[in-house]
Design a protein around this ligand. Structure first.
Ligand code: ATP
Length: 733
């Protein structure tokens, strides 16, 4: 129920200057104290405000008033006016001066000053001082008028403040000009929200601005959700009609967007400008690097390889030797292959031979940069190779303001760069990475091209291989220890779309069990219990991999099930956010990059403390591998339970035990690449629970091929594009 409360601000318990989110105590005229929560700026404590909203009951803090909008109460009394004029809104006016103004001009002082500020000379104001007060009064009134008008369009105070903070006095002009600018210029605004506001401003679906926005949205959806870099006119038409539900002059809008260079048309394909220029620049940079050459003495390389083989007690296959030689002789090399084909072994070989050839010691001399897209993959690399490895973001000096320290103007210093798990790299990260690489660096890209492509747009690894212009070694032989692994055999047969019934028999390391949903839930619990009894840890060794969040066998549900069964702390107090509650000792996953706090998307940690700070605010402390991070309630959006995680989030990580439910409700998500990726996460034991017919069916469903041009661009080797004047980042932000 919408209600109105009015009063003056007593204290702010919390205020976020960026978005205006505030928790404050107000005192009403009848001296009651009410906690108000919502989006409003720092308000003057001398002025009365009227808040519109509703009362809510907060678990910990009790009754609060949730603010939808607010306005300053008309200043009626003389004393109110004195307070207002001497408030922090007006610089240089103290209570004495304010009193003088009100005494002289009465209750209509403000209106009179706005009409003619020179009247202030009567009380000794200089021209400069009276103009200043006039400006501040106008400014103050204006902001309020804009807010009131925005509320009138049904915008919440959160949105209204965000707009005012961005566009200031021009807010209404800018919005009326094109309400869809919100989509491009304000974080958190998608097409649907902007479209709803556009309607309130009276724009019809047939308005060119609406059609243009829906075309951009169509391309964004295809890129950021499906990974495609371009699409056809036909698809744009279909999707725009689906969005606006009318037959509209799409052609004109599309042409305008192309003329405005917001969309690039190339060979009948339509690209978002930022994506087009990113891909083009990436391809040019790769071509540029490929021009370099490193002609090594191959006889001495062969000797060194033999020496390393003896040293390590290993005999490399011919293909593996070829991989080492190729990597050392070329500016850019790709080494690809499935699990157990020796990718890590070869990275180790390359590093050893390189050190001998150039007589350097990577432990003492920082000439090697080992990188992976995720923290966990980097950590695994570090453990296996016994050398420092870090995420690509960290290597590039990604910092809290979203900028990278290393770029084309300040390239990475190390000379040999090895990047593992490269299938996870999207075009934006690839562009950033290659920007920071200079000619005479040597780059080795390692990955399994059959895994899921990157979450972001593009198919960088696949395209680089398909271009056939980058020296590539495809390792395909499964090696000794790995040969006995049924996990690897199963993965390979799925990858080759050759999954036969005899492969679905339980053996030493793969366990298949059919069952319905309640049975699967019980099996998950009993398998975890068994593993814990054998000394495995829930945090480090066991992961349930699931393709979707919702549903009774979705990630959220399974997380709650495992939490309630295995975390005894659920009896104690926890910190909740939406329908999740986190307790001491919960296993959690960070969902977004947060470089300021040194924790990145996909990092897994353990809640090691639940406590209250000096202001009695509850918080959690989470221990990640490298750091401890404190989460208050408002930070919990970044966190999820991690007993079960998505298959996408599991990329780049391996776990001794993987539990993989496969049921009909996942059907629309299940594709060969997804199943292959999930299975290859298991190191020791893989438990597949559910419906094996679905597993067989899904293993033959191929993910849609991403529409990208990188392979073609790379293979047109001789034409390096000189688009120096435009950078893709001209199109960002
Ligand atoms: N030439 C070889 N001779 C004997 N064993 C080998 C050889 N090459 C690799 N191996 C062994 O095969 C196993 C798999 O190799 P490695 O871990 O390098 O593969 P990978 O491709 O990195 O696999 P994953 O992607 O699963 O980590 C390891 O135990 C490794 O020691």
């Amino acid at each position: 129920m919408t209600e109105v409360v009015s009063g003056t601000i007593k204290t702010y318990l919390f205020h976020n200057a960026e978005n205006g989110y505030s928790i404050a105590k107000i005192e009403t005229e009848d001296h009651k104290t009410i906690t108000v929560v919502g989006y409003f700026p720092k308000l003057s404590d001398d002025v009365s405000y009227e808040f519109t909203g509703s009362y809510t009951e907060h678990n910990t803090y009790g009754k609060q008033f949730k603010v939808d909008s607010f306005k300053q109460l008309e200043v009626q009394t003389k004393s109110g006016l004195v307070s207002y004029l001497s408030s922090s809104f007006f610089v240089g006016i103290g209570p004495k001066t304010a009193f003088k103004i009100v005494e002289t001009f009465g209750e209509t002082a403000i209106e009179q000053i706005i009409k003619d500020h020179t009247i202030l000379s009567k009380i000794g104001f200089t021209e400069l001082k009276s103009k200043k007060l006039y400006d501040q009064l106008k400014e103050n009134k204006k902001e309020e008028e804009i807010l009131v008008e925005l509320y009138g369009y049904g915008l919440t105070s959160k949105v209204a403040l965000k707009l005012i903070n961005t566009y200031h006095d021009d807010t209404l002009i800018k919005l009326k000009e094109d309400p869809y600018r919100l989509m491009y210029e304000i974080d958190g605004f998608g097409f649907n929200k902007a479209h709803a506001i556009a309607k309130k401003f009276g724009l019809s679906n047939a308005d060119l601005r609406s059609i243009k926005a829906s075309i951009i949205y169509t391309l964004e959806t295809l890129s950021y959700q499906n990974g495609h870099l371009y699409t056809t006119k036909f698809e744009i038409y279909e999707m725009v009609r689906g969005l606006l539900k009318e037959d509209l002059p799409i052609e004109d809008a599309l042409e305008e967007l192309v003329n405005e260079k917001k969309i690039i048309l190339e060979n009948n394909n339509y690209f978002l400008a930022v994506i087009y220029h990113t891909e083009l620049a990436l391809s040019d940079k790769i071509k540029h690097l490929l021009n370099d050459s490193f002609d090594l003495d191959n006889d001495s390389l062969a000797d060194l390889i033999s020496f390393v083989e003896k040293q390590k007690g290993i005999t490399y296959t011919n293909l593996q030797k070829q991989a080492i030689i190729t990597a050392l002789n070329n500016p850019l090399t790709i080494i690809t292959g499935g699990p157990g084909t020796g990718k890590t072994t070869i990275i180790d070989g390359i590093i050893s031979v390189y050190q001998l050839y150039y007589d350097v010691d990577f432990k003492k001399n920082y000439q090697l940069a080992l990188m992976a897209p995720t923290g966990r993959a980097a950590k695994r690399m570090e453990e296996l190779l016994d050398l420092k490895a870090q995420t690509i973001h960290r290597q590039l000096g990604y910092n809290y303001d979203g900028k990278f320290t290393f770029d084309e103007n300040n390239p990475i210093r190390e000379k040999l760069l090895i990047i593992d798990e490269a299938s996870m790299i999207d075009i934006f990260l690839a562009k950033k990475l290659f920007d920071a690489i200079r000619v005479n660096h040597q780059v080795i890209i390692v990955g399994d091209e059959d895994q899921l492509p990157s979450v972001g747009p593009g198919n960088v690894l696949g395209d680089m291989i398909a271009s056939k212009v980058i020296p590539t070694v495809k390792l395909n032989e499964i090696h000794r220890q790995a040969k006995d692994s049924h996990i690897i055999t199963l993965a390979r047969s799925i990858n080759e779309q050759n999954l036969t019934d005899d492969l679905l028999m339980t053996n030493e390391d793969v366990y298949f069990k059919t069952g319905n949903i309640p049975e699967i839930k019980n099996m998950i619990l009993s398998q975890i219990k068994g593993a814990l009894e054998q000394g495995y840890s829930l945090k480090d060794d066991i992961e349930v991999l699931i393709p979707m969040y919702k549903g009774d066998l979705g990630i959220d549900e399974i997380n709650k099930l495992i939490q309630s069964t295995f975390n005894p702390n659920i009896k104690n107090e926890g910190l909740n956010y939406n329908d999740k509650t986190f307790f001491l000792h919960d296993k959690v996953i960070q969902l977004v990059n947060d470089p300021e706090r040194n924790v990145m998307n996909g990092d897994i940690g353990l809640v090691t403390e639940f406590s209250y700070d000096n202001d009695s605010k509850p918080f959690l402390e989470v221990s990640f591998d490298e750091t401890k991070v404190r989460y208050y309630k408002q930070d919990l959006e970044e966190l999820n339970l991690a007993y079960a995680i998505s298959i996408h989030k599991s990329q780049g990580s391996e776990y001794p035990i993987v539990i993989l439910p496969v049921v009909r409700q996942y059907m629309h998500m299940l594709k060969k690449e997804l199943i292959y990726t999930a299975i290859t996460r298991a190191k020791k034991y893989l438990l597949i629970l559910g419906n094996m017919e679905i597993l067989k069916f899904a293993s033959n469903q191929l993910a849609e091929k991403r529409k990208t041009m990188l392979a073609q661009r790379l293979s047109s080797m001789n034409q390096v594009n000189d688009s120096d004047d435009i950078s893709p980042y001209d199109f960002l932000d």
